[in-house]
Design a protein around this ligand. Sequence first.
Ligand code: SAH
Length: 353
Amino acid sequence: MSLRDHLIARISSQGPITIADYMAEALLHPEHGYYTTRDPLGRAGDFTTAPEISQMFGELVGLSLAQSWLDQGAPAPFTLAELGPGRGTLMADILRATARVPGFHAAARITLVEASPALRATQRETLKAYDIQYADSADALPDAPLWLVANEFFDALPVRQFQRDGTGWRERNVGMRDGALCLGLSPVGPQTSLEQRLDDTENGQMVETCPAARPVLSAIAERLAAHGGAALIIDYGDWRSLGDTLQAVQDHNPVDPLADPGQADLTAHVDFEALCMAADPAAHSRVTPQGVFLERLGITARAQALAAKLDGPALDAHIAAHRRLTHPDEMGNLFKVLGLFPNHAAPPPGLER
Ligand code: SAH
């Protein structure tokens, strides 16, 4: 049975499902989910991410985390965690860049949170030189000092979509028409969690919520406040969600999110205001454009040092990668970095309170 058949059977018996339920099935269905069944990253895959574009991204993230660890007195042991590590490239670059930070590797307990068995296998291969552990969720991370990174993890968490109708909201859902999946709207009703959005939206506008994000943030924030540490959350999105941002990408091109469930990546913009509101009892940094964050950490000097060893097409690709990560017309502005840290500590380098 294909995922579409499974969804059609589910909708026939239960009625329309929310966009969040649809995303959860399409991405993580145990047999047919997009992430469960494949490695979607890189040139031959469906999309690419900052760590896959250039080693400089992971190197600078690693140095920011290691400096923050030193600034907080180098506690040992500590958890070095990543949420949604993809191919393991980011963690490999972090570990290579921090190999000479005295005591950092010896104290780090590397812990990955990854839902996909296919990607777990790839990560084990990429990181085979290291002792790595898995946790089933952020909630299952050790109760210990925590330095954590999550790049393009929150955009994969399922969102619910609500369209304003007067002073109420209609939830967007996935139903069926003539045997095919189609988008629909629930009857209008109140949504207490969206009451504050009546001030800044108009009839017909759409807002998104990401119920799965809050417990992840809380699990991280509790550990940071109790034991010290820092988290770097990097994703595309903005302050406060507005509009339909659900998108499906296949073979580096946008496609209809309902066309082929389980065969395309589905993401939504991250609502950084909601993440900041869930950061308590930790403190959070300003939401900082990725380009600004990487420039502050010295990406241009690092790019020049690497460029000195390159020529021809490799040099051209390196220059393009630097531009892609930092330029406001590419990833530099759309992608944002949010830091979490204990109230009494400084934000990790590259970020400000
Ligand atoms: N951080 C990587 C990969 C981003 S793709 C990079 O930057 O290249 C999203 C990653 O999150 C994948 O590894 C995917 O399998 C994982 N993922 C998505 N939803 C998840 C969930 N609910 N729990 C754990 N991992 C999840």
